[in-house]
Design a protein around this ligand. Structure first.
Ligand SMILES: Nc1ncnc2c1ncn2[C@@H]1O[C@H](COP(=O)(O)OP(=O)(O)OP(=O)(O)O)[C@@H](O)[C@H]1O
Ligand SMILES: [Mg+2]
Length: 153
């Protein structure tokens, strides 16, 4: 487990960028937190570290957006907020999480809990004040554990 405080939006993006720079493909990152806690903001930072050149937008209406990053990596960004049940999107997600060249980032993932591998990095975000955020990072298996280790160095 790792706890990290960020003071403002820029620090959130910078921290995401650090995570993104460490990714090699196949990782699953679950972002947990209330509306406006900063999940998409963190995902934007991760995208920068992944070398994504496109502007990352919240996938809340489209459920999923896919971006090209460095080293042939894909970033597949999901937001299941509006879905009562994952339906066909869970097939999409299943393919992405099994693709070693894809990094999956999931917001509001409760509805796809059965599809998400246990070995994922979960980042829980709370917001003590308007601009500060507390991040609790938890790994669920071997690959996410080593990512967490690298992050804490
Ligand atoms: N330290 C911070 N980190 C991230 N966002 C911050 C911070 N301080 C303020 N903010 C603001 O909080 C909001 C975070 O919005 P964002 O879309 O990232 O949240 P979200 O968790 O993805 O919400 P949703 O559940 O609706 O998808 C933005 O308006 C951002 O400017
Ligand atoms: Mg969001």
């Amino acid at each position: 487990m790792m706890i990290r405080e960020v003071k403002n939006e820029l620090e959130m993006k910078t921290f995401g960028e650090r995570i993104g720079a460490l990714l090699i493909g196949g990782e699953i990152i679950e972002l947990v937190g209330d509306v406006g806690s900063g999940k998409t903001t963190l995902a934007k930072g991760i995208a920068v570290g992944l070398g994504v050149k496109d502007n990352v937008q919240s996938p809340s209406f489209t459920i999923n957006r896919v971006y090209n990053g460095r080293d042939n990596l894909l970033m597949s960004h999901y937001d299941f907020y509006r879905l009562g049940e994952a339906g066909i999107m869970s097939n999409e997600l299943q393919e992405a999480v099994q693709n070693p060249e894809s990094v999956s980032i999931v917001e509001w993932g409760e509805v796809v809990d059965g599809v998400l591998p246990v070995d994922r990095l979960s980042i829980k975000i709370t917001s003590p004040t308007e601009n500060t955020r507390e991040l609790v990072l938890v790994s669920g298996g071997k690959s996410s554990e080593s990512l967490l280790k690298e992050l804490s160095q």
